[in-house]
Unconditional design. Structure first.
Length: 183
């Protein structure tokens, strides 16, 4: 029995090959962390791109003119076109964008109702463009600032093996509001 204990002690003191065993234990975790950093960086990049698209959509929707539009919803057409162009410039597919869930509940500038629905025209099918909404609350005798609200969400699929979020789709949301321009 003491001979067996002596052999185990000798093996425990032996250090040859320890580096390989340590590397075999640490490298998979390090690569998993690097993959996580990469995929979360991609998600952050998409978030920046769709936030910029929402800002440009709201800005374009707040302008009072449309050189190529003839429909009554020209501000919605402007907003959607600007957002689609931004998404294409960021190499994102605009057809993957969807209405936010739930849609923002905003107050109307026209009649004061609290349910301004998203524009349901064919041009705004993937985006929620709400025109003539109050951006600031009304005060005594003064009306609030009217503007445009633009919101959307975009899918992103993680690929992070051996984790609970592997191949799960998350929805990245973005919205922006802009004051209506008068000129």
């Amino acid at each position: 029995m003491s001979r067996l204990v002596q052999q185990f002690r000798c093996l425990a003191r032996e250090t040859s090959g320890a580096e390989i065993a340590e590397a075999a234990a640490v490298l998979p975790l390090m690569f998993l962390m690097l993959l996580g950093i990469f995929w979360f960086g991609q998600a952050f990049s998409i978030y920046g791109a769709i936030t910029r698209a929402a800002q440009d959509g709201a800005r374009a929707g707040s302008l009072p003119y449309c050189a190529t539009c003839t429909a009554a919803n020209s501000s919605s057409v402007n907003a959607v076109t600007a957002a689609q162009n931004d998404l294409l410039a960021a190499k994102l597919d605009p057809t993957l964008a969807q209405y936010p869930s739930p849609a923002p509940s905003l107050v109307s500038c026209i009649d004061g109702s609290t349910a301004v629905s998203c524009d349901s025209s064919a041009s705004a099918s993937n985006f929620c463009v709400q025109t003539q909404v109050q951006l600031t609350p009304t005060t005594q005798g003064a009306s609030g600032t009217c503007g445009v609200s633009f919101s959307m969400r975009y899918p992103y699929r993680f690929w992070l093996p051996f984790t609970s979020i592997n191949k799960q789709t998350i929805w990245i949301s973005a919205s922006s509001r802009m004051r209506m321009e008068n000129q």
